[in-house]
Design a protein around this ligand. Structure first.
Ligand code: NAP
Length: 266
């Protein structure tokens, strides 16, 4: 029986155990996946302990993704993003980041081609960095905006992208083919909108990385007749990519999606 886990703090509400255990069952693997609350001060102990105990692999979530860079041997993608969300133990303690690939595959899943598309990326946290890295590799033209300009400018500089001030957001939305919300705005009912959704148009795509609820942004997008994509498939595909890294096998994404949607009831 191989053991896998997600580490984080808080981690109680993580959907990763439900998603990965459903995948393991469907794949016929003798494996189980658990959530452990681990703070930054015990991260090194936890990762080394998991390695010593023969764990199959780990996922990392808030607030551990950046700190893990100092504990593992990060691959090229994790170095470029500056964060690790997946740890593997085959041939050393390796750090990976599958969030960007997850976002890219989620867009493909819904038939969205990002090559040469004008993408407005709102946000400059971990999710935004991963998405910016992968979508620029996929050939998208990305403009970044963020509430805190310093953080947005740092992301844009690190990845060679254009930064525009948050105050210009409505002009930036109007000028883009694909609008991506990579902030935490919309996680809670009553969060103020990032911009007036009435400016959206039917030929646009709106991708919201939030997966826990039907956000105001997604509702505005549907009202405008635009394509509205929630964060569920990004979550599923980042998990599927982690499974591929750990086991070398393709993951059953439909089973994983069903498990996540059943747990969320969305
Ligand atoms: P993070 O590193 O804390 O970054 C948060 C981002 O949200 C920053 O850009 C921050 O701007 C912005 N923000 C927060 N409150 C804001 C407000 N009131 N107005 C404007 N901007 C605001 O978080 P993260 O790890 O990137 O996660 C961001 C979201 O992505 C979360 O909701 C998370 O659940 C989701 N996520 C989804 C997936 C998936 O698989 N679907 C994967 C990873 C993350 P400042 O820089 O100005 O603070």
């Amino acid at each position: 029986m191989k053991v896998y886990a997600v580490l984080g703090d808080p981690v109680e509400h993580s959907l990763s155990p439900v998603m990965h255990n459903a995948a393991f069952r469907a794949m016929g693997l003798q494996a189980s996946y658990h959530a452990f609350r681990v703070g930054i001060n015990r991260l090194r102990d936890a990762i080394l302990g998991a390695d010593a105990m023969g764990f199959g692999g780990l996922n990392l979530t808030i607030p551990l993704k950046e700190s893990a860079m100092a504990v593992v041997e990060p691959d090229e993608t994790a170095v470029a993003i500056g964060a690790v969300n997946t740890v593997s133990f085959r041939g050393g303690i390796r750090g990976h980041n599958t969030d960007g690939v997850g976002a890219s595959l989620a867009l493909k899943h819904y038939g969205v081609n990002v090559k040469d598309a004008e993408v407005l990326l709102i946000g400059a946290g971990g999710a935004a960095r991963a998405i910016a890295y992968q979508l620029s590799r996929d050939g998208a033209g990305i403009v970044v905006t963020n509430r805190t300009p310093q953080r947005g400018m740092a992301l844009a500089r690190d990845l060679g992208l254009e930064f525009r001030p948050f105050g210009e957001i409505e002009d930036l939305v109007r000028a883009s083919d694909i609008v991506i919300n990579a902030t935490s705005v919309g996680m809670h009912e009553g969060d103020p909108r990032l911009f007036d959704g009435r400016i959206l148009r039917s030929e646009q795509v709106v991708f919201d990385v939030i997966y826990s609820r039907d956000t105001e942004l997604l509702r505005d997008a549907r009202m405008a007749g635009a394509k509205a994509i929630d964060g569920v498939m990004m979550l599923v595909y980042q998990g599927a990519e982690a499974l591929r890294i750990w086991t070398g096998r393709e993951a059953p994404v439909d089973v994983m999606e069903a498990a996540v949607r059943a747990a969320l009831r969305v």
